[in-house]
Design a protein around this ligand. Structure first.
Ligand SMILES: [Zn+2]
Ligand SMILES: [Zn+2]
Length: 332
């Protein structure tokens, strides 16, 4: 089969690999669509320590079942499925208290084992979720990023009537914002430097869009009740802290460099009772994300700006690295 292969940090190619065969409890999926994620940029560069090389990337995907191992009773050949990439060990301290996304032995399809930027991918059958006929593979490949946004709403539950500021109008910002709007926000503002992304924010429901955080404060001079960073950029995060209202909450969704730090005032955390929350990947949030897309309750179509062939992966990757497009997907 054809597959994208990250040979070593900074070196990738599209080449031939042996077709995967399923062991007991596994299924082989013929990939219908696979998204490229900002985290793939880090993986390809060797900046994500758990990733072994060589590896085939791709953790946001959907397709059709074409082979099944023994002891798989709820899938059939031909089933259309989306796949939760999470591989939690099930026996560490965090798994045992229901916090598998913090697993000591954390893994994910496409991050620590071969993923779906290929014609076929082998996965644990239990990770497969059936999708309705009405859902395209492209929409289904957006379930995984949406499930990260769903997890954010579990970490910082929406409160009716809040004013919300999302910093960063990439895929995560645009998906997370939509969920909080549905949760009853009275104002949902977006700060995004790239002018071509701001109209997409308006299209998916943001009430106000701005180029800078200082501009956003013109509509909420006392600050926002909930501020979400979806950039991972330390300078933006530090500035976003300044936009939190008294009694407000801050949610870190963007992935900052591991060694980065920002300055915050502990006095302000105390005196203004500010809550700071992190949200990491997916936890029991895949099925709700599937249902939200199936029900047409979240607009993912507006975010799917490219759809290209597997051979175009290196070019699409460069497009993402330049910060162009939004959720780039390939159809192997
Ligand atoms: Zn991703
Ligand atoms: Zn574990």
């Amino acid at each position: 089969m054809r597959a994208v292969i990250y040979e070593e940090p900074g070196v990738m190619r599209v080449g031939e690999k042996a077709d995967p065969t399923p062991l007991a409890g596994e299924a082989v999926v013929k990939v219908g669509a696979v998204g490229i994620c900002g985290s793939d940029l880090n993986i390809a560069a060797g900046l994500f320590p758990p990733t072994p090389f060589p590896i085939t990337p791709g953790h946001e995907f959907a397709g059709e079942i074409v082979a099944l191992g023994a002891q798989v009773d709820y899938l059939r050949i031909g089933d259309r499925v989306a796949v939760d990439p999470s591989l939690f060990c099930g026996h560490c301290r965090w798994c045992r208290v229901g916090r598998g996304n913090l697993c000591e032995n954390w893994g994910a399809i496409g991050d620590t084992v071969d993923g779906a930027a290929a014609e076929f991918v082998v996965v644990p059958a239990r990770n497969c979720h059936h999708i309705p006929e009405s859902m395209s593979f492209a929409q289904a490949a957006a379930i995984e990023p949406l499930s990260c946004a769903v997890h954010a709403t579990a970490m910082a539950p929406p409160r009716v009537g809040e004013s919300i500021l999302v910093v960063g109008g990439g895929t995560m910002g645009l998906l997370t914002g939509q969920l909080y709007l549905r949760g009853g926000a009275r104002r949902l503002a977006l700060v995004e430097r790239k002018a071509d992304r701001r109209p997409i924010g308006a299209q998916v429901g943001f009430t106000d869009t701005f180029a800078a955080i200082s501009d956003a404060l013109s509509v909420e001079p006392a600050g926002f009740d909930l501020v979400i960073d979806a950039t991972g950029v330390p300078a933006a995060i530090e500035e976003a802290f300044g936009a939190i209202a008294k009694g407000g909450r801050f949610v870190q969704v963007g992935v900052a460099p591991p060694e980065a730090s920002v300055q915050i005032s502990p006095y302000r955390l105390y005196y203004e009772e500010i809550t700071v929350v992190g949200s990491m990947a997916v936890l029991d949030s895949y099925a709700p994300a599937l249902d939200l897309i199936a029900g047409g309750l979240v607009n993912v179509d507006a975010l799917l700006t490219h759809c290209e062939d597997l051979d175009d992966y290196p070019a699409a990757f460069e497009t993402l690295r330049r910060g162009e497009g939004l959720k780039i997907q390939l159809t192997p």
